[in-house]
Design a protein around this ligand. Sequence first.
Ligand code: IMP
Ligand code: MG
Length: 171
Amino acid sequence: MTLLLSQEELAASVKRLALGLDEDYAHTSPVLVGILKGAFVFLADLVRQMKTPVRRIEFLRLSSYGASTVSSGRARILVGVPKGAIQGQHVIMVDDVVDTGITTAAALRYLRRFRPASLKLCVLLDKPARRQASVTIDYLAATIPDRFVVGYGLDVDERFRQLPDIYALEE
Ligand code: IMP
Ligand code: MG
């Protein structure tokens, strides 16, 4: 594994994103929706850097790659958000990686059905090389090349989520 983003770099990016969110949400109390499982570390760090009082925090879980490092091209909602959590709210969806974009696009589509007042996307890593579904990222920590990465919440077959830095797997 090769170090791609150190915990110091990650902390600086998260701080920058939190500052931007604090500016943009100065007059509202947003709802944060984390995408499980990969975004749990990112969301936890991000929300603790934000000064804006958050209205609530929810989680959404979609079907994953499983043991594969390549997208299956489909995404299903496994665990949704509670009724009434989203409607009329200013929602920030917090995602780990946008690779093909299929999972993120499915999650956004699902949340839009609940008629939020606004819906923005905050992403840890953008891997634009293999994009299939177009998604607009409103807040981004880092763009990375087409490598499979682990750590800071990201896994390969459920391993390495606890690493504080982000590493690229050797090809
Ligand atoms: P997409 O639907 O192809 O954009 O895949 C998005 C999901 O796949 C992310 O939310 C991650 O959970 C997972 N994923 C994509 N690339 C990586 C990676 O490099 N490391 C770990 N998980 C990844
Ligand atoms: Mg995963």
